[in-house]
Design a protein around this ligand. Structure first.
Ligand SMILES: [Zn+2]
Length: 83
């Protein structure tokens, strides 16, 4: 199931996504197991669920789809009272 967040809708995110991918030269900045190395997505270093800034450049990094989805799966699977 995909969680949709309103920050991903609209031109601000679209523009920012491109800025981050270009800044990181389209290379995945996470490098988890199964990393493809080719970034197509942008990851929030501090997840929004933990109070991360949605549009702060320093909270964003380029990510491949493997890293991005395994990272968010891990975060979601871990039951935490913080959210
Ligand atoms: Zn990766």
């Amino acid at each position: 199931m995909k969680r949709t967040n309103k920050i991903y809708v609209g031109s601000t995110w679209k523009r920012l996504r491109k800025v981050i991918l270009e800044r990181d030269a389209y290379r995945c900045a996470i490098g988890m197991e199964g990393c493809t190395g080719a970034a197509t997505q942008v990851d929030h270093i501090i997840p929004l669920a933990f109070g991360g800034q949605p549009y702060a450049l320093e909270n964003l990094r380029a990510a491949c789809s493997n890293c991005n989805s395994s990272r968010s799966n891990k975060l979601r699977r871990k039951p935490s009272r913080a959210w």
